[in-house]
Design a protein. Structure first.
Lengths: 1125, 540
């Protein structure tokens, strides 16, 4: 697809694009004209200064005195500035300021009579009047790296113009510019720099490697924090790690990026492919999804956010950092911040990609002749006669009789979708020092591997910040997402789901013809998956999400901020469903069975969340070295949910599907509504002594409507401390080797009230307990009854977590290391502990079980460059152990192949231990009796180990006493590895991700069958008297003895996968300049590029459970571009 | 401007957040509370309906009910009458003796009874305060006591000793409950049925058909007395029902099970269904694949062989006229009314499980390994729009059972008189057989053989056979060893003509340990919770 963008087409497209962008820019200007406040004009008052080697502060005081101007700055900012010497006579304020800020990491702007000092992050707004028009000059210079080597390919742009160049191999450049212009220097892998053009026309600049050093600002709960000052376990993911990957939603983008965060993606179906996230293991038997905070507002899902709008993602992993969110933070917190405009810039950015999906792995069904042969063997094994003659099997093999002896490739028929996906994003951002904006539109369109699977997502976002007065700023983040998702449906009675269609395509035998000679569908008892797919049945889910967050920041007195915020989120989903009736015919064309009736249903759901919040924060200093910060806050949330459902059946035909066209007989309407309210008070205090000793304390007091009034509130405290050893004087001599070293320790308590149902403490009498009376003229007898047990005394589920951490960097930040050890105990887990049947109601939710997760997380980074070759490597790994520590005296709770027991991980695998296959009937007779499993046990069946008996000793009988723990699905290790290479204009990113020490149970190799059920190719290696060293037991049809839960079916599911591979090329600045762009990058990006695993080759190891029902995982190859104007 | 913003923000937020004291007090929007219930007879009637709704998770496809048609269909799989190919449907291992305490299906038969019992106890514990006409109230109480005793009938019959609850339980009580000996629980059942019979009317208006009647209470009481070998009381109750004068056999055996004949004179008690609103969703499991069914239930050859020939003689009798090459011809008409056999015309086609190009081929996955399928409730497919959503009521007890129970009890008492022959012959003649040959069936032994054969043929696939195997203690004879289906051969797909060459298809090997298998295992999941529950012998 990308070919369209090369050659002539590229330029046509580009011209079109630029035109569009110009129009956009114009619209944006109009839009914001009203909001923009005109910057202050200049003042001509003069100042005389004669100061030698004094602090900036002192100079400022002098300027204030002479001019009546006031300075506004944060103390911290100028604490580390160099002293200045200024001798000026009758100079303008501006001239003095230019002198003051020469070689300082600061910039300033003038508003009314206030001079605002800022870190030089933003490009200074130069007062146009203050700068005399200077003649155009050629400025020359060289750019070097930190080691003094010349740096080639650095783009040099005159800010605000289209003028630009790039450095040559000796690092030199020359450019037309005026004094007062700002030159911007950028190259991949280095921090962007900009310098103000002064009189000196020989510029020398050193670029610094972009490194994760302590000055990085990290978003934390209700605020931000310098990374160096963090005392909790916090990890952040930058927008760079998310952008330009063909991922469909933000959940999947996080996979493998942060140690201790596991994302399991279950399939690749458009619109239904969001993975599940766990932070530091599964700590509860309830919903273990982390809490999601978007722009300060707690939301239920982050999948409606356009990944391109995200500025940063922060993961709060330990209790101390998450405790400020108390009530819902027990599973960790993911904080997402969306992009904002930057003052002094204006940027239009367009990016797109076009990709194609393929299945990572598909079942490999045996050809029909093998299926028939195995079916014969199985029939004989079960005491029957062979069904197919040798001649018939030969006919299957020959394949020249497609109707009588077919070999139908059902998956080939099913997965004929084009799998094409594309994404387009256009954003405009910028602003001045008063108002900044970020406006984006996004479009995403994905077709699946099956026809009629599709999802589209339309995103619009406007983030706006404006300073209303000197000490009040307001902001609004408004976003809208529309996501329609389409999938086909099955006409299988009662189970219309698309998964049923996939299941049947993986079940129906290759021996069944796709169509008979007469054109009618071949079918089995359940129907034909292709008849379903090709029918007019559909499921169209339309999801919309409106999110509005407005807020203000009022600095009441210096450093005391009052920050109120209101958020309102409306999520709607409208699910339209139509199931067609299907008539099947015999090969002779006579109607046989009918899958009917056809029907349509519509489910409309709306949930709203209204969340006001108020924060008060203050920072102050005692003496020179004692920095304090304090935060107090209040928030509440009211969630309303309602649903309306309508159903009608017996449409005249399958052509139309609006409910009104169905028969009113048998119609169904349903409606339901629930509410949930939460109210919270919270506070935090930080203490920082000389950036050396760091302390933080949090307290949150949370109330939930889920609990009875007496148990409504829970208190969640936490404390943490950090020690930056590298700041100690005794450490000075080591700083050449260890540039930074910090030890952290934290402890905290978190809560969880997220149980199924919003009213777990209120006994209710339910309606809908209906029966009918009346014989041949039945009428519904509407009834009521109590059906659910409740325990009114329940309260918060509590997670107590301790964390010991270490952050270090070595060799001038070329190597970085973060390590954390944690123990996370969750007690009083809200769980419907099984109650004996004679209770008669469903088990009430009680504070029951306890679970412990403990583990170690490591992140190690290394960056370096050799000549023009730059690279960095970041690896992360987590070792987590999960264990149920209490089940309140109940249990073990044993399911079919699973066990929940104290001392074992949650839902572990459980069953017999396989000891190979029985060689012959003598061995069957001499081994412990397996009659209890099946009286049909014979040679070629799995032999189970006699472990125990009623007396605790092997008893010669294989029964429940011989079942044991067989492993679990929690990986012992999860890891991710990101490698970035840069060479001149090229960049390469490879991201590997995987797990180790993990088991999976239940991925079946299909079954012997000639109608419903078919074998994997792998089953060809099944036991026969002549193939006793086979991979699988003897073929069977209805014998189940080999399929009872046993270690035979528990497999090592470790894998390593190249999750993303990106190869990019940034056009040289010279060329970009000619194209009137700031930057243009084109790239290839692949998702799930390759996978290594010992697991069954027909099942994706990442996919949990039975693959027969699952849409496959997909790999995506895409080409894209990213342009900044 | 600045002050305006400051103040409005503060005031606005304070108003929004701080004033609602009851902010966290949220009540369900979609359900009632017990405190506002029981104000008049309509509340009580709604609660009564809620009891009838029961909660039988036996039937995921059925609407729930205090009793379940699903069991009527499936219970014979747990006997020598039939086989179920799909073990996950929950009955295969009850048939072949492999059921273990950890089999989830054991729990699926134990727990739902208690759900309904809890509803009954809730009703009985609360209805007293309702201001309403006392006779109407007593009538309601009678129905609920019947429904509760009916659950115990199932529990004691399947599991023996049961946890006997007559009041609402707390989780603590439930988790420490002990089993009451079967004899005591049975005594309770009989007392409850007797009491219910006193309160209940003989019949209801047509719109209330399906509610428990006096006849139903007496019939259940009679059934339990027969099962407990209490023949004298059984005869008395049977006679009381016969003398009520409102029950008689419906003239057509196959018509008896049709939807348009629901509530006929033979119907004493059934489970009620209504298409769409409260559907019977299990009939489809019995249909052949070619008609969209699942072929879940396969009758066995031993059941087919139980049917006499049209001459009224068993097929083992050389003078019966039985032709083993055309085994389905000239047989007791109930055979073809109950079982779909190879070559039979059904649903507009010839049922052919013998040709391997047929969708219904017997070795296909989902094919009937015995060649046979059930058609008793679906003989007339045109009665239904959608076989998975029907309104067909399922019989729980019908008058034929009263007649045959009366006969059996009298035979066991040695009181062989004309009334015994009369009762048996009513059933035989309605079926289309000649009356009993009194010259052959003239002793307790021969009559016992006859009445037992008659019961099996008359009630085949109605879920009663296991009870008879259990009480006659014939497990080792009928549920042990290899089981078979019909003979192999070919079907002429136009005429349905059979050419049978044999052998009989092998279905499965069965085990039966009389020291163990007459009772089902107490579910291990329940014992894991309630350590006071004892396991039945042989299952530890």
């Amino acid at each position: 697809m990308f070919l369209k963008f090369t050659g002539k087409l590229l330029f046509e497209k580009k011209r079109y694009l630029i035109k569009t962008l110009l129009i956009m820019k114009f619209i944006i200007i109009l839009l914001f004209a009203a909001c923009l406040q005109v910057s202050a004009t200049g003042y001509s008052q003069t100042i005389t200064l004669s100061q030698n080697n004094v602090s900036l502060k002192k100079v400022f005081r002098e300027i204030e005195r002479q001019s009546g101007y006031n300075f506004l700055y944060k103390d911290k900012l100028i604490r580390e500035t160099a002293n200045v010497s200024i001798n000026m006579h009758d100079a303008s304020v501006e001239a003095v300021l230019v002198e003051c800020f020469k070689n300082q990491p600061l910039t300033y702007s003038i508003l009314d009579k206030i001079i605002v000092i800022k870190a030089k992050k933003h490009i200074p707004l130069i007062n146009p009047v203050a700068i005399l028009p200077a003649p155009v000059n050629i400025f020359r210079g060289t750019v070097k790296d930190e080691k003094g080597n010349p740096l080639a390919g650095v783009s040099v742009i005159v800010k605000g113009t289209k003028k630009g160049t790039s450095t040559s191999t000796d690092g030199s450049f020359s450019i037309d510019a005026n004094v007062g212009d700002v030159l911007e220097f950028s190259i991949v892998g280095y921090r962007e720099k900009s310098i103000l053009v002064g009189q000196n026309n020989n510029i020398s600049l050193v670029m610094e490697v972009e490194a994760a050093v302590g000055s990085e600002i990290v978003v934390v709960g209700y605020g931000t924090e310098k990374k160096a000052d963090l005392t909790g376990s916090v990890a952040s993911v930058s927008s760079k790690q998310i952008e330009n990957r063909p991922i469909t939603n933000i959940t999947n983008a996080l996979e493998g990026t942060v140690a201790g965060v596991t994302v399991v993606q279950n399939n690749g179906q458009p619109g239904y492919d969001a993975g599940t996230i766990n932070i530091r293991g599964v700590g509860t038997l309830n919903n273990s999804n982390p809490m999601i905070v978007v722009d300060g507002n707690i939301v239920s899902s982050m999948n409606d956010i356009n990944p391109n709008d995200i500025a940063s993602v922060t993961v709060l992993k330990d209790a101390a950092s998450a405790a400020i969110y108390g009530s819902r933070a027990a599973n960790g917190v993911i904080i997402i911040t969306t992009k904002r405009g930057k003052a002094g810039t204006s940027q239009i950015r367009y990016s797109d990609y076009f990709g194609k999906q393929q299945a990572t792995r598909l079942p490999d069904w045996a050809p029909s002749w093998q299926a028939a042969t195995l079916f014969n063997e199985a029939t004989v094994n079960e005491g029957g006669q062979p069904v197919y003659t040798d001649a018939e099997i030969d006919s299957f093999k020959l394949g020249n009789s497609p109707y009588n002896f077919p070999n139908t490739n059902w998956l080939g028929l099913l997965y004929t979708g084009n799998g094409f996906q594309q994404s387009h994003n256009l954003s405009a951002s910028g602003g001045n020092d008063k108002t900044q904006y970020y406006l984006s539109v996004g479009y995403f369109d994905q077709n699946g591997l099956t026809p009629k699977t599709n999802t589209k997502r339309y995103n619009v976002r406007l983030n706006l910040t404006s300073k209303v007065t000197d000490n009040i700023s307001v902001f609004a983040n408004l976003s809208y997402t529309l996501q329609p998702t389409l999938q086909p449906q099955s006409s299988y009675p009662g189970v219309p789901a698309f998964s049923q269609l996939i299941r049947q395509a993986n079940r129906i035998s290759n021996i069944i013809p796709y169509k008979y000679a007469n054109g009618d569908y071949g079918y089995i008892a359940d129907g034909s998956p292709m008849a379903w797919l090709n029918s007019p049945s559909f499921d169209n889910l339309q999801q919309t999400n409106y999110q509005g967050i407005v807020g203000a920041d009022w600095e009441i007195i210096k450093n005391l901020h009052f920050r109120p915020q209101l958020a309102y989120v409306v999520s709607q989903s409208d699910d339209n469903n139509f199931i067609a009736s299907i008539q099947y015919y015999s090969p002779q064309g006579a109607p046989t069975f009918l899958q009917a009736p056809n029907y349509a249903s519509e489910t409309y759901q709306q949930s709203t969340a209204f969340t006001p919040q108020m924060l008060l924060d203050y920072s102050w200093k005692i003496g020179r070295n004692n920095d304090f910060k304090a935060l107090a806050g209040y928030s509440q949330e009211l969630d309303n949910w309602h649903e309306l459902y309508g159903y009608r059946q017996n449409f005249l035909n399958n052509a139309l599907s609006v409910i009104n066209l169905g028969s009113p007989t048998g119609q169904v309407t349903k409606g339901d509504a629930t509410q949930l309210a939460l109210r919270s008070y919270f506070g935090r205090i930080n203490y920082n002594y000389k950036d050396k000793y760091l302390l933080e304390g949090n307290l949150r007091y949370d109330g939930s409507s889920r609990f009875a009034a007496t148990n409504q509130y829970g208190i969640f405290p936490s404390a943490s401390a950090g020690w930056r050893i590298s700041k100690e004087s005794f450490f000075k001599s080591l700083t050449n080797i260890v540039s930074d070293l910090k030890l952290r320790a934290s402890w905290g308590k978190l809560g969880n009230q997220n149980v199924a149902g919003n009213y777990p403490t209120i006994p209710v009498i339910n309606a809908g307990q209906n029966y009918v009376f009346g014989g041949t003229s039945p009428v519904v007898a509407a009834g009521i009854a109590q059906t659910a047990g409740v325990d009114p005394s329940i309260s918060w589920e509590t997670t107590t977590e301790s964390d010991l951490g270490l952050d270090a960097s070595f060799l001038r930040n070329t190597i970085s290391l973060t390590a954390d050890y944690f123990i996370k105990n969750t007690t009083g887990i809200l769980y419907a502990l099984p109650v004996a049947a004679s209770y008669g109601l469903t088990a009430p939710v009680v504070n029951a079980a306890s679970v412990r997760n403990q583990g170690l997380e490591l992140t190690i980074g290394y960056q370096n460059k050799i000549g023009a070759f730059r690279y960095n490597i970041i690896g992360n790994a987590a070792f987590i152990k999960n264990e149920v520590t209490s089940l309140a005296g109940i249990g073990p709770v044993i399911g079919n192949g699973s066990i929940m027991a104290v001392g074992l991980p949650i839902n572990s695998y459980y069953g017999y231990v396989a000891q190979g296959f029985f060689k012959d009937s003598a061995q069957v007779a001499s081994h412990a009796s397996q009659t209890g499993i099946s009286p049909n046990t014979g040679p070629g069946d799995i032999m189970y180990k006699d472990i125990s008996g009623p007396n605790g000793k092997p008893d010669g009988v294989i029964d429940t006493h011989d079942e044991k723990y067989l492993g679990n699905n929690f990986p012992k290790v999860t890891f991710g590895l990101t490698v970035n290479f840069g060479w001149k204009q090229f960049d390469l990113t490879a991201f590997l991700q995987g797990t180790a020490g993990v088991k999976q149970y239940g991925a079946t190799p299909g079954s012997e069958g000639n109608a419903a059920g078919k074998p994997e190719e792998a089953l060809w290696d099944s036991w026969t008297p002549t193939n006793t060293s086979a991979a699988f037991p003897r073929p069977a049809i209805s014998y189940t003895q080999n399929y009872v839960p046993s270690s035979f079916w528990v497999k090592d599911a470790a894998y390593i996968r190249m999750k993303n591979l990106q190869l990019g090329y940034t056009l040289p600045a010279k060329l970009t300049k000619r194209m009137h762009m700031q930057k243009l990058r084109i790239y290839y990006s692949g998702q799930n590029v390759f996978t290594f695993s010992q697991f069954y080759k027909w099942v994706d190891p990442e996919t949990a459970g039975n693959s027969l029902y699952d849409y496959p995982q997909v790999k995506v190859n895409s080409l894209g571009l990213d342009a900044t104007f | 401007m600045k002050h305006f913003i400051n103040y409005s923000v503060c005031i606005g937020l304070l108003l929004l957040t701080s004033c609602q004291k009851d902010f966290l007090n949220r009540q369900p929007l979609d359900a009632y509370s017990n405190s506002s219930l029981w104000t008049d007879s309509s509340d009580a009637a709604a609660a009564l309906n809620g009891v009838y709704a029961g909660q039988n998770s036996w039937a995921s496809d059925n609407a729930s009910g205090w009793a379940d048609g699903f069991l009527v269909n499936y219970m014979d799989v747990a006997s020598d009458n039939a086989y179920s190919e799909f073990y996950w449907e929950g009955f295969q291992d009850f048939g072949n003796g492999l059921v273990t305490p950890s089999d989830p299906n054991a729990d699926d038969l134990w727990s739902p009874c208690y759900t309904t019992i809890a509803k009954c106890n809730f009703f009985l514990g609360n209805v007293g305060v309702t201001p309403m006409d006392s006779s109407a109230k007593l009538q309601m109480i009678g129905q609920v006591r019947f429904i509760r005793a009916y659950q115990y009938f199932w529990l004691t019959t399947l599991f023996g000793d049961a946890v006997l609850d007559t009041t609402t339980q707390t989780p603590q009580q439930a988790n420490t409950a002990v089993r009451t000996p079967k004899a005591a629980v049975v005594k309770f059942e009989l007392r409850e049925f007797a009491a219910a019979a006193n309160y209940l009317p003989i019949s209801y208006p047509a719109s209330q058909q399906g509610q428990i009647t006096k006849g139903a209470a007496l019939a259940l009481k009679m059934r339990i007395e027969l099962f407990e070998n209490d023949y004298t009381d059984c005869v008395a109750d049977a006679q009381q029902i016969m003398n009520m004068g409102i029950y008689s056999l419906y003239p057509s055996y196959s018509g008896l099970f049709r939807i348009q004949n629901e509530g006929n004179s033979e119907d004493i008690l059934d489970v009620q269904y209504k298409e769409n609103d409260h559907p019977n969703g299990t009939l489809g499991v019995m249909l052949p694949t070619s008609l969209g069914g699942w072929e879940s239930i396969s009758p066995l050859q031993s059941l087919v062989d139980n049917y006499e020939t049209i001459t009224g003689k068993p097929i083992t009798d050389p003078t019966s006229g039985y032709d083993s090459t055309q085994p389905y011809k000239n047989r007791d008409p109930r055979l073809l009314a109950t079982i779909l056999v190879p070559g039979a015309s059904y649903g507009g086609e010839i049922y052919d499980p013998l040709n391997h190009s047929s969708v219904d081929y017997y070795t296909n996955y989902g094919g009937s390994k015995s060649l046979y399928l059930v058609k008793k409730f679906t003989s007339y497919l045109s009665d239904f729009d959608n076989i998975w959503n029907t309104g067909l009521d399922m019989p729980l007890i019908r008058y034929a059972e009263v007649l045959l129970s009366y006969a059996e009890a009298k035979i066991e008492l040695g009181q062989i008189d004309a009334s015994v022959y009369n009762a048996i012959d009513q059933v035989r003649v309605r079926a289309g057989l000649p009356p009993t040959d009194q010259s052959v069936y003239n002793s307790q032994t021969t009559l016992r053989t006859l009445v037992r054969r008659e019961r099996r043929s008359e009630f085949a696939m109605e879920g009663l056979r296991w009870f008879d195997v259990q009480r006659w203690k014939i497990g080792p004879q009928v549920m042990q060893g290899a089981t078979y289906g019909g003979k192999l051969g070919t079907v002429n797909d136009t005429t349905g003509h059979l050419t049978l060459t044999g052998p009989n298809t092998f279905v499965e090997n069965r085990l039966f340990d009389p020291a163990k298998n007459y009772l089902w295992p107490i579910p291990q999941a329940q014992i894991n919770i309630d350590r006071n529950l004892t396991q039945n012998p042989g299952y530890n």
